[in-house]
Ligand binder design. Structure first.
Ligand code: DGJ
Length: 371
């Protein structure tokens, strides 16, 4: 090796070292590797399950279930295998490029010492989603809160002045108490779960929030004991349901809803109902948020498609600065070690008929949207 080569090599190593120090000692990532361990700026496993992303003022914020500690099977869940970990809270990570994530902390912590509180560590907190309300200048978090045996089936709401929290927990409720959905059939008002829950509000488990171009927001939640999805309009401050809601996909037993809009059409992705086990994803399209929703089947193709590449949807993330670029976000649940559940993020493609197509990629970056 010549002296010049040696100098060049030393220079490059020094440059790499300085870059690492500047970037918080973590090598910068430039791609997404579904299913691998994803590390944050501290080199720690990104812990944001059942998550969603808010884009605000040039930054992406990822929120999710912080899952820590032992995975166990409570006695009351033995019949269906519902393992769980104690609630730690909702975590937040920020990023400018969707590859490198800075840990912003637990923005809504569990409650350690009050067993009557919704967020008591022995209860359930799942699928948090945060939206920004321009009228109130508040960040509003919706989530599924539940009792250990999932019988509470309620929606929880928290609010913050900043995307990175702290979020103040407001309340939980079963949505739409005392109101019938806009499409209630005569029979629904006299028998069945909808009628049973009329007074106290409708069951709400897996959920997402979608904000439309006109800033109206909607909660999609698995209701009627997970048999039927409800779409429920939110008040202008995004803190409550307005009371206008609709039953969709009746009896189709869907969980894990994710919604997005492309060229004026509304798209929906969800899963079937098999606890932590993966199943074939569902998809649907509609010209109006209120439907009619046309089911498009499992959008996954290729090897692993029948189990959604061993994952379950959680959110669809619109990529900023690119037109019609959307990322399917999903969880690869590890029911025996829930904190080690991995993230499956894949680019969404569309076929000639406008149907959603999801294909496996070992590694990809945003240039897939340029093709
Ligand atoms: C499936 C849901 O989608 C998850 O959020 C979680 O509630 C599990 N069931 C619990 O088994």
């Amino acid at each position: 090796m010549t002296m010049r080569n040696l100098n060049m090599k030393t220079g490059l190593t020094l440059f790499a070292l300085i870059s690492l120090i500047i970037s918080g000692c973590q090598p910068q990532k430039s791609s997404i590797k579904p299913g691998e361990v994803w590390e944050d700026d501290n080199g720690l496993f990104i812990n944001a399950h059942g998550g969603g992303v808010l884009y605000h003022d040039g930054t992406y914020y990822l929120y999710g279930e912080m899952k820590e500690g032992e995975t166990y099977l409570p006695e009351c869940n033995k019949s269906w295998g519902g393992t769980r970990v104690d609630v730690t809270g909702v975590s937040c990570y920020s990023s400018n490029d969707l590859f490198n994530w800075k840990y912003e902390g637990v923005v809504l912590p569990a409650v350690e010492d009050d067993p009557s509180h919704d967020l008591y560590k022995g209860n359930v907190l799942e699928r948090p989603k945060v939206i920004y309300n321009a009228k109130t200048n508040k960040f509003v978090m919706w989530m599924h809160v539940d009792s250990k045996d999932y019988s509470k089936a309620a929606a929880g709401v928290a609010v913050s002045n900043f995307p990175t929290g702290p979020f103040e927990y407001i309340e939980s409720f079963r949505p739409n108490a005392g109101v019938w959905p806009v499409n209630a059939a005569e029979a629904d008002t006299t028998e069945g779960i909808l009628a049973r829950d009329f007074e106290g509000g409708q069951m709400a488990r897996d959920m997402t929030i979608f904000v439309d171009d006109d800033e109206k927001a909607y909660q999609f939640y698995s209701s009627e004991n997970n048999a039927t999805m409800h779409i429920s309009e939110l008040t202008d401050d995004y803190l409550r349901p307005t009371g206008k809601y609709k039953r969709v996909f009746p009896g189709r037993k869907m969980e894990a809803p994710a919604v997005f809009k492309k060229e004026g059409r509304y798209y929906f992705i969800a899963s079937g109902c098999t606890a932590w086990e993966p199943n074939p994803a569902r998809s649907a399209v509609a010209e109006s948020i209120w439907g009619p929703w046309e089911e498009l089947g499992n959008p996954c193709i290729g090897e692993g498609a029948e189990k959604t590449f061993t994952s379950q949807s959680t959110y669809v993330l619109p990529v900023q600065g690119k037109s019609d670029a959307f990322i399917f976000m999903a969880d690869r649940w590890n029911k025996d070690d829930l904190p080690d559940s991995r993230y499956i993020w894949l680019p969404i493609k569309f076929d000639e008929s406008g149907k959603i197509v999801l294909e496996w990629h070992d590694e990809w970056d945003l240039s897939v949207f340029d093709k």
